[in-house]
Write a protein that binds this ligand. Structure first.
Ligand code: 5RP
Length: 227
C-alpha cells in the first residue's frame, strides 16, 4: 500500500469508529470511502458492530458493502445517523467539492439527510478556496446535453464534458457530467444557485455547509477539523 493510500485508510478508520450498533449509515463513494466501508465490514465480521444499515451513494459502494456483509437499503425519508465520504477539495469551513468519482447526486441526496456528515481525506485535498485544484463536476441531463453545455459556457464557465473514452461518462443516474473550470474569484453559494437555476443541470459538486467534521490524514497526524 502506498503512503497516500495508508493515509486515506487512517482517516477512514477514524471516521468509521464513530459508527455504533443500530445506526443507519450513509456509505460514500471513492477510494477513501472504500476504506471506511471495509472497516465497517471488518467490525461487523468481528462482532463488534451489530444491526447497522447502509445507504450506498453508488452502485459500486452498494456492491462492496453487500460483499462485506453490510445490509444495504435504499434511501427513504428517515434521517441517517451518520454519513462518511471522501472529497476532492475541502476548504477551511469544510465546504467541499465532490463528484470527481461521479457519484455527486446520490452523495448529496444521502448526505443532506445525515445528522452527522463526516469527511475523510488525505492532506492533498485541503485548499484555501474551492476551485484551487479541482474543477466542479456538474451533473447534467443526457437529453440535450450539448444545449446545456452551451448554457453553461454562456455563463462564462470553461471546462469539458467528462469523456474517459469514445463515449461521454454516464452516471449511475443515466446522466452526463460537465467538469466546470472555476473562475479565479467567485462565490461558491452564488455560483451554486446559478448552476441549479440552469435548465438541464441536475446537481453540482458543491457541498456547502454540510460537513460536521473532517478527518484529514497527513504523514504526521490525522487532524480532526470542524467548520
Ligand atoms: C465521488 C466523490 C469522492 O468522494 C471524491 O471524488 C473523492 O474520491 P477519492 O477518495 O477517491 O479521492 O465525490 O463522487
Amino acid at each position: 500500500m502506498s503512503d497516500l493510500e495508508a493515509l486515506k485508510k487512517e482517516a477512514a478508520v477514524r471516521a468509521a469508529a464513530l459508527v455504533e450498533s443500530g445506526m443507519r449509515v450513509g456509505l460514500g463513494t471513492g477510494s477513501t470511502a472504500k476504506y471506511a466501508i471495509e472497516e465497517l465490514g471488518r467490525r461487523i465480521a468481528s462482532g463488534e458492530l451489530k444491526d447497522i444499515v447502509g445507504v450506498a451513494t453508488s452502485e459500486a459502494s452498494d456492491q462492496l458493502a453487500r460483499q462485506l456483509g453490510i445490509p444495504v437499503e435504499p434511501l427513504d425519508p428517515r434521517p441517517l445517523d451518520i454519513a462518511i465520504d471522501g472529497a476532492d477539495e475541502i476548504d477551511p469551513k469544510l465546504n467541499l467539492i465532490k463528484g470527481l468519482g461521479g457519484a455527486l447526486l446520490r452523495e448529496k441526496l444521502t448526505e443532506v439527510q445525515a445528522r452527522r456528515f463526516i469527511v475523510i481525506a488525505d492532506h492533498t485535498k485541503t485548499v484555501t478556496h474551492l476551485g484551487e485544484k479541482a474543477p466542479v463536476p456538474v451533473e447534467i441531463a443526457k437529453f440535450g446535453f450539448l444545449s446545456t453545455i452551451e448554457r453553461l459556457r454562456a455563463m462564462g464557465l470553461g471546462g469539458r464534458l467528462r469523456q474517459p473514452g469514445a463515449q461521454p461518462y454516464v452516471t449511475d443516474n443515466g446522466n452526463h457530467i460537465f467538469d466546470a473550470q472555476l473562475p479565479e474569484s467567485f462565490d461558491p453559494a452564488t455560483l451554486e444557485r446559478q448552476l441549479k437555476g440552469t435548465l438541464g443541470v441536475v446537481e453540482t459538486g458543491f457541498f456547502l455547509g454540510m460537513a460536521e467534521r473532517a478527518f484529514v490524514a497527513s504523514p504526521d497526524e490525522v487532524r480532526e477539523l470542524t467548520p
